[in-house]
Design a protein around this ligand. Structure first.
Ligand code: ZN
Length: 242
């Protein structure tokens, strides 16, 4: 069984289409949230995601904010500007879909959350200190999170009680063993200085995780960002992966 794991699409339809084409046929898709925010294609991305077959989708902080669930003052000025534009752009069906999303789920014995199992919408797991605590907040062996936009694995090396982490090399299968927290990276706004769209495939029955990077037409997305009057920074960062 191949399950496509995507996160942090951030209204970048070109990156999303590139990922879906590259991944090919999958049995299920798990989307870890932040379908909207920053990018130019909010409506299109929500539409595309909600129509994917066998979809499980979570709510991210940008999704929650675009619904008005979170005080916009907690976002920086640029994020706030785009969130206000999104609210105006989303169709009723798409708003309804985002509003129906859960914050945390257990699917096939795997816990999934946007940020962390402890604080699903908000917490960033960026270091081993935060990760260690979060291992106490999920049952089962594996937890998948997004939110940081960095493809990373937190894991206990064999016979070690000290948590370790590593950036996941694309195209290389990572065997699943012990307990792990895994992040597929971001489809629409990578922040590990590799501008290519990131995603992963998990196979719980064959016990592997595989990360991928895909090139896409960044300049076309930048043009749409600028044409919509969204902050220029959102366009610039796509080409540099931050
Ligand atoms: Zn995000």
């Amino acid at each position: 069984m191949r399950i496509l794991v995507i996160s942090d699409i951030h209204a970048n339809l070109t990156a999303l289409e590139a990922v879906l084409a590259h991944a090919g046929e999958v049995d299920e898709t798990w989307c870890l949230g932040d379908v909207v925010g920053y990018g130019p294609d909010s409506n299109e991305c929500v539409e595309r995601v909600r129509n994917l077959p066998n979809l499980t989708c979570l709510m991210g902080n940008h999704d929650a904010a675009s619904l008005g669930y979170i005080d916009l003052r907690t976002f920086n000025r640029e994020a706030r500007l785009s969130l206000q534009a999104i609210r105006r752009a989303l169709s009723n069906e798409n708003l309804e879909f985002l509003g129906s999303l859960p914050q945390k789920l257990v699917v096939r014995d795997v816990t999934i959350a946007h940020g962390s199992p402890r604080n699903p919408v908000w917490e960033y797991i960026l270091d081993t200190f935060t990760a260690v605590d979060n291992f106490n907040h999920f049952e089962g062996a594996y937890c998948l999170v997004g939110h940081t936009h960095v493809p990373v694995a937190f894991y206990y090396p064999k016979e070690s009680r000290t948590l370790s982490w590593k950036l996941i090399e694309p195209g290389k299968r990572l065997p699943l063993n012990g307990r792990m927290i895994l992040n597929p990276g971001s489809v629409g706004q990578p922040r590990d200085h590799d501008p290519r769209a990131a995603y992963a495939v998990i196979s719980p029955d064959e016990h592997y995780w595989e990360s991928f990077r895909v090139e896409y037409d960044i300049s076309s997305v930048q043009q749409r960002i600028l044409a919509q009057g969204l902050p220029e920074r959102h366009a610039v960062r796509l080409a540099e992966g931050w």
